[in-house]
Write a protein of this length. Structure first.
Length: 159
C-alpha cells in the first residue's frame, strides 16, 4: 500500500476492525461507499471481497491520488471521486464506511441520508464525547465496538 503526502496511514487500529466488520456485509450485489477513503485500503478490500460497485471519495487531493495508485496496482475496479464527505456522490449504497475524525463524522450526519436507502448499513468511527442526536435521527445503532482513546466503531442501519 503506497501513501501519498499527508494521507491517513492504514497501519492503524481501526483498519483491521473495519475490514473484519465490512466483510460480513459484502455480497456480489452490494454497493459500497467509502467516505474519507485515505489510502483506499477499505475500498480495495470491498472490491476484492466482490462488491458490485465501490465508490471511494475524499476531499484531499493526496488521498485521491493515493487511492488511484493503490487501486491501479491492486487491479481493483473502484470509482474515485473528489468530494467533501458525500456531497459529490450520486446514488444510494448498501454499505457506507466512514472512518473520519470527530468533526467530519458529526458533519456527515447532515448529508448521509442522501446516499442511503432503507436498510443501508453505516460503519462509522465515533467518539464517546460526541452527541448522537443526528445519528439516531437516521440510523438505529445495532452494535458498538469499543476502541482505544474513547473511540467506538458503530454499526448502524438506516431506517
Amino acid at each position: 500500500m503506497k501513501l501519498v503526502g499527508n494521507v491517513f496511514n492504514p497501519v492503524h487500529w481501526s483498519t483491521p476492525m473495519y475490514m473484519n466488520l465490512m466483510s460480513g456485509y459484502i455480497r456480489q450485489d452490494t454497493s459500497v461507499l467509502d467516505i474519507g477513503c485515505g489510502s483506499g485500503i477499505l475500498s480495495i478490500n470491498a472490491s476484492k471481497l466482490g462488491a458490485k460497485k465501490v465508490t471511494a471519495c475524499d476531499i484531499s487531493d493526496d488521498a485521491i491520488r493515493c487511492t488511484y495508485i493503490n487501486a491501479k496496482e491492486s487491479k481493483s475496479d473502484i470509482e474515485i471521486l473528489h468530494s467533501d464527505l458525500n456531497k459529490s456522490v450520486q446514488g444510494r449504497y448498501d454499505l457506507i464506511l466512514a472512518n473520519l475524525d470527530m468533526n467530519e463524522a458529526d458533519r456527515l450526519m447532515q448529508t448521509v441520508s442522501d446516499s442511503c436507502h432503507e436498510g443501508t448499513v453505516l460503519i462509522i468511527t465515533w467518539n464517546e464525547i460526541m452527541d448522537r442526536t443526528e445519528l439516531l435521527k437516521r440510523f438505529k445503532v445495532v452494535r458498538e465496538h469499543e476502541c482505544p482513546r474513547g473511540y467506538q466503531i458503530l454499526e448502524a442501519v438506516h431506517f
